[in-house]
Design a protein around this ligand. Structure first.
Ligand SMILES: Cc1cc2nc3c(=O)[nH]c(=O)nc-3n(C[C@H](O)[C@H](O)[C@H](O)COP(=O)(O)OP(=O)(O)OC[C@H]3O[C@@H](n4cnc5c(N)ncnc54)[C@H](O)[C@@H]3O)c2cc1C
Length: 382
């Protein structure tokens, strides 16, 4: 297999790099989700991506996308991460809600929602997790009762990233009160400004408030906001989760690439000569190369089928654990100096944030089970 860019891909990579050079200011480069002026900068940056035609590269042209191959999306993610550009503020709309609506939505839903996801005019959040339904999503209890052609939603979601900024929420609800587990669930699009929706931000250990609790009290949702069929919400939700993990890999590799480079720069700057520490640095470089090849496998699957495969879980697991180890190593190299934040405290921030990376989008334990069962075809654990 030839892993080099084709001439068309190489030209696209050059175009993206030149565009990033011309458009990415230092202020944008440092923008961190949940911190300072992120919302303003994030919206501005997302608009720029959209105007350059880089939002929704692989989406169908009739809904504002570019209809480009997945390899172009991989190149865009890789280069923007390498350049330390902020993510598109519509990360949930672009990566999860949009692909789910493309796969299961009605024509009206596609026309109504997709273009505004791309232009970042409307931000989305994901209302899946509940206090008693995280890894075990089939335990959701948020109710959606159909009354006079409208769903009435009552319940609570938690850990919803972007909910404090969002216009829309993709919500997994239980529409059949007598149902259990995967049956009787309905996937709804909910207006976050509707009466009865209350958002309460939660602060993480980084000090930033990235995610939220959402309370729904008698929230009216029109029946046309159902995605897929009433009662078939589980299979729609699985599409969302496959996309959540499946298309992230290249961005994650780009982020790890930058972190490994910074780690090596730190080793040089500090004159580290402890062979055991140097071994660990070399190991992180090796892990990065392994992650790159896992991503190529995931990309091959995506190009063949159009649907992200379980390899996405391998990339997410590998990246999140590598990132956690690497930032810990950086703090060890900093030694006592790690107690004092210099500059923007990037290593300290990354170490604290990296704990969440091994929980969000599936915990490491859950991802290991998925890999065992669906990639390695081992017996099911339960
Ligand atoms: C930064 C961040 C952002 C998030 N954003 C969102 C969002 O936007 N929308 C959303 O809906 N959710 C979001 N989440 C929630 C996330 O999806 C859940 O936290 C995650 O699925 C785990 O669920 P839980 O927290 O309920 O933990 P639990 O499921 O209660 O798990 C607790 C522990 O038990 C382990 N465990 C559970 N079941 C098993 C099993 N079967 N086998 C082995 N071990 C098991 C877990 O690995 C974990 O260590 C976010 C989380 C974080 C950290």
């Amino acid at each position: 297999m030839d892993l080099r860019d084709t001439p068309g891909e190489a030209a696209f990579r050059d175009e993206v790099k030149a565009w990033l050079d011309a458009n990415l200011s230092d202020e944008l480069r440092g923008a961190r989700y949940g911190a300072g002026r992120f919302e303003e900068l994030g919206r501005m940056w997302s608009r720029k991506l959209y105007e350059a035609g880089y939002a929704g590269l692989t989406w169908p042209k009739e809904y504002g996308g570019a209809g480009a191959p997945y390899s172009y999306q991989a190149i865009l993610l890789e280069e923007t991460a390498r350049a330390e550009a902020p993510q598109h503020i519509g990360v949930i709309g672009l990566g999860m809600a949009g692909p789910t609506i493309i796969a299961h939505g009605t024509e009206e839903q596609k026309q109504r929602y997709l273009p505004k996801i791309l232009s970042a005019e409307e931000i989305w959040c994901q209302g899946f997790s509940e206090p008693d339904a995280g890894s075990d999503l089939a335990s959701v209890r948020t109710r959606a009762d159909l009354r006079d052609g409208q769903f009435v939603v009552n319940g609570q979601k938690v850990w919803s990233s972007f909910a404090h900024l969002a216009e829309w929420c993709i919500l997994v609800t239980r529409s059949d009160p007598a149902s259990e587990r995967h049956k009787g669930l309905t996937y709804l699009i909910v207006d976050m400004h509707a009466p009865g929706v209350e958002v309460r931000p939660l602060r993480q250990m980084t000090g930033e408030a990235e995610f939220n609790e959402i309370f729904f009290t008698d929230v009216q949702v029109p029946q046309e906001n159902v995605v897929g069929e009433i009662g078939q919400g589980w299979s729609v939700a699985m599409t969302t989760l496959l996309h959540e993990r499946g298309t992230l890999g290249f961005a994650l590799t780009g982020v790890l690439d930058v972190a490994v480079r910074k780690l090596i720069a730190l080793v040089r700057e500090r004159g580290v000569d402890d062979p055991l520490l140097l071994d660990r640095v070399a190991q992180e470089w090796i892990e990065l190369q392994a992650l790159k090849f896992t991503n190529y496998r995931a990309l091959t699957q995506l190009i063949k089928t159009g649907i992200p495969g379980p390899e996405g879980s391998v990339a997410k697991l590998h990246w999140s654990e590598a990132n956690q180890r690497l930032t810990k190593l950086a703090l060890e190299i900093l030694g006592e100096d790690a107690q004092v934040v210099n500059g923007n405290g990037e290593w300290q921030h990354q170490q604290l944030r990296s704990r969440g990376n091994t929980i969000e989008a599936g915990t490491s334990e859950i991802l290991r089970s998925i890999i065992a069962e669906r990639v390695l075809d081992l017996p099911r654990s339960r």
